[in-house]
Design a protein around this ligand. Sequence first.
Ligand code: ADP
Ligand code: MG
Length: 397
Amino acid sequence: MGGRLRTIEDLGDLGGKRILVRCDFNVPLQDGRITEDFRIRATAPTIRELLAAGATLVLCSHLGRPKGAPDTTYSLAPVADRLGEVLDREVRRVDGVTGPAVTDAVEAAGPGDVVLLENLRFDPGEESNDPAFADALASLAEAYVDDAFGAAHRAHASVVGVAERLPSAAGRLMQREVDVLSKLRDDPDEPFVAILGGAKVSDKLGAVNALLQSIDALLVGGAMAFSFLAVQGAEVGRSLVEPDRYDDVREALANAEARGVLIQLPEDVVVAAEAAVDARRETVRADAIPRGMIGLDVGPRTVEEFARTLADAKTVLWNGPMGMFELEPFAAGTRGVAMAVAGVDAFTVVGGGDSVAALAKLGLTDSVDHVSTGGGASLEFIEGRELPGLAVLTEPA
Ligand code: ADP
Ligand code: MG
């Protein structure tokens, strides 16, 4: 895992150079409006620094999951507008990813100008890392800066292909993500407490097993807690479980016990017959959920117990909401844990699209030390896996 991540300094004098910057503008949209612009604001310092150095910028990103063809639902037009406001300068969006219109717009741009390409995933060559598509992207610039940590675990053309073709380096956001997550993975101050939640235990088992090497306690909430509760014989009603992963959950529990890691599961949960805002709610014991009911949030006692464990922590990692927080009646557990994380005197890191959205909704983003822009990428990093987008920016050790 050794090796040095190349940074902007490695690219030398940027005055008059055209730089392709891979950003992560994959923001949540609702009816064509951006509901959360955290990722746009997070990459702005890199863009400002490159502009101040006299570069001409060609920005690119994916947004959502278009199927390899133009689809106006996923146009970066709202991003261009928002980014223009954040930077307080014109952002010229071109209506394509490659082709003559793009080349013309890029050639017409000069130092201090910002050109934004359309959604990279409008071209099937992006996800397949097609050599011709990577060539076309690389031909737009003389150097490449990658600030899209959230895409670093994908071997796509704009992440890997372009970096192989141009002098390449990590942007400031990418650098900070790697610094913070390396500290968490390699040298966390103890006690180190991790909080995992979210919908699918299968998404998080890799992280659980990796974290068990270094954490002192794991607090489990969200739907993934029900698979943990179920293997211990609890009645979980109709809560979301993944029985095909029960063996892995049992193994994780045994692993934790062998290592003396405390695994704390919910004691009480908020249940309803349906995941709906107007459903009748009830708080019940986590091991005795009535038949037919679904666990949709952790209860107040659980929040209290989790907060008690967190109070002693020196390092905290939180990924995944404690319940179906998108529906207000089931948001209290996530809110309570977010407040506990924000309040603890420790190095606190929050990752995961939904956890970050929950934190932002509460106005607590500035109360934690680091908000990771990468959900899947941050977990894979902590698991110790090689991220193709980082490997290509790293000098051999
Ligand atoms: P993150 O994006 O922070 O990594 P995930 O994507 O893993 O988080 O999980 C977020 C999703 O988990 C949310 O849509 C939330 O509604 C869902 N979720 C959390 N708890 C429950 C639950 N008890 N039942 C059903 N879904 C849940
Ligand atoms: Mg998510």
